[in-house]
Ligand binder design. Structure first.
Ligand code: GLN
Length: 483
């Protein structure tokens, strides 16, 4: 049963082959048996899951239908879940039970999903390896010595290990697409504003966006359908109708114009990954797509701009964790300053503290113009590059990551080496564009992903291209050994 995709589960439930409660119990047993090796969950919510599964079965018995009714999923542990620990993988929030559900969580619950648990992640979503979690690193099910990517490494590892058919995740600079690539999954970062950020613990508010992680594009379409839509509680949510993402999955790719940015294939890219990306292009050409070289000339400035903007926003967002209202509080503070200092010093991990310091520095009087303002200008140039490129092409294709999943610990002494892994993903966040990563093969038994980018609100086009590709390839059907 654990090999079923969301789409297959929907059919099985509709045909009464099994109930949601049976499926939920089977997956919970699998999580308890297998997850100790992977560490992909921070909390497993058995009781909630069983009660939601029973409720979904009752709704079906009463005649309701729906692709997500009774579907088991997991939520990244930065989505607030009422009455359930919402830790953001930080000691700071280890004791925090959210008083309400995030909009994504409540929308999916209304659609009938069953929450099996909260998944592990990098602390406050800062990282590309899932090594900065207070609850310990997540292991890649394809090879336990390697990282699963981050920051949504727990969601990715759980889905790759077939503990769950799909999970929610968030992407500030690549945290859905990069772990998808490193664990052989399909992951979609929607257009900024497509999915409500209300109840998502903020990292960098102008970049954060929630989306689905699943094995297939078809499943991402189902999960995105349940997540997307206007929310008056999020002032950056966009009031645009949500298209039927499943309806366009099979559209023809005849004449689809694919742009290959020459900057994506330069120095720094593992040539074995480049070969697999080119092979995926050949498949899409066979389906009728036409390929064109394009240029995104400001891409080289993306990492420095992102690593000013994201920490700047983080330093502001994380100022609320002060030991006063919620979260960790140090023992026996002597005065208010001591309370702030020690609560934050003891509650936040090293990477989070580094980002807060970098961000506060970049925003301080005297440096604001030199760093933050410059970074914002680069951001606009990057957006302009994309706008120019999308005059000539329908999608942009390239590698999701420059390298394979690295060994746990390999980059621990060099944060910048880890930042460089985000080179292909962060531009979409800076511009607010939708992006998808899909499985495209293996090198040394480790997965490789291909990234597709599209104009604003063309998530359906990304899912369509990935779905057609997945009908002529089988990378997405392969499971790691033992899972
Ligand atoms: N690796 C990037 C960072 O650490 C992106 C993380 C994310 O998308 N949440 O900022």
């Amino acid at each position: 049963m654990h090999q079923l995709t969301l789409a297959e589960i929907a059919r099985g439930l509709a045909d009464k082959k099994f109930s949601s409660e049976e499926l939920t119990r089977a997956l919970l047993a699998r999580i308890h048996q297998l997850d100790p090796q992977i560490n992909s969950f921070i909390s497993v919510t058995d009781e909630l899951a069983i009660s939601q599964a029973r409720a979904a079965d009752a709704r079906r018995a009463a005649g309701e239908s729906g692709a997500l009714l009774g579907a088991p999923i997991g939520h990244k542990d930065l989505f607030c879940t009422q009455g359930i620990r919402t830790s953001c993988a930080s000691k700071m929030l280890d004791n925090f039970k959210a008083p309400y559900d995030a909009t994504v969580v409540s929308k999916l619950a209304e659609a009938g999903t069953v929450t099996l648990g909260k998944t592990n992640m990098d602390e406050f979503a800062m990282g590309s390896a899932n090594e900065s979690s207070y609850y310990g690193p997540v292991k890649n099910p394809w090879n336990f010595e390697h990282v699963p990517g981050g920051s949504s490494g727990g969601s990715a590892a759980a889905v790759a290990a077939r503990l769950l058919p799909a999970a929610t995740a968030t992407d500030t600079g690549g945290s859905i697409r990069q772990p998808a690539a490193l664990t052989s999954l399909t992951g979609l970062k929607p257009t900024y504003g497509r999915v409500s950020r209300w109840g998502m613990i903020a990292y960098a508010s102008s970049l954060d966006q929630a989306g689905p992680l699943a094995r297939t594009a078809e499943d991402c379409a189902l999960l995105l359908q349940g997540m997307a839509g206007f929310d008056a509680k999020d002032s950056t949510s966009i009031d645009e109708p949500v298209p039927d993402y499943s309806a366009s999955l099979n559209a023809s790719l005849e004449g689809l114009r694919i742009g290959l940015p020459k900057e994506y294939f330069g120095a720094g890219l593992d040539p074995r990954i480049a070969d697999l990306v080119q092979a995926s292009v050949k498949e899409l050409e066979k389906l009728g797509a036409v390929v064109k070289e394009i240029s995104l000339p400001n891409m080289q400035h993306a990492i420095p701009a992102y690593y000013v903007i994201a920490p700047a926003e983080a330093s502001s967002n994380l100022s609320r964790f002060d030991g006063v209202r919620f979260g960790y509080r140090c023992e026996n503070p002597v005065d208010l300053t001591d309370l702030y200092k020690r609560s934050r010093g003891e509650g936040f991990g090293a990477e989070v503290q580094r980002r807060i310091m970098v961000g506060a520095y970049a925003l301080s009087a005297g440096y604001y113009d030199a760093y933050y303002l410059q970074a914002q200008k680069i951001r606009r140039l990057i957006k302009n590059d994309f706008m120019a490129a999308f005059n000539d092409v329908d999608v942009i294709l390239g590698p999701t990551t420059p390298n394979l999943a690295w060994k746990i610990g390999a980059k621990n002494n060099d944060p910048v080496a880890e930042y460089l892994e985000d080179v292909y993903t962060i531009t979409a966040n800076l511009a607010g564009l939708p992006g998808l990563s899909m499985p495209a093969g293996f090198v040394d038994s480790l997965p490789v992903g291909v990234q597709l980018l599209a104009p604003y609100f063309h998530e359906g086009r990304l899912l369509n291209v990935a779905h057609r590709y997945q009908q002529v390839t089988d990378w997405h059907t392969r499971a790691p050994n033992g899972f």
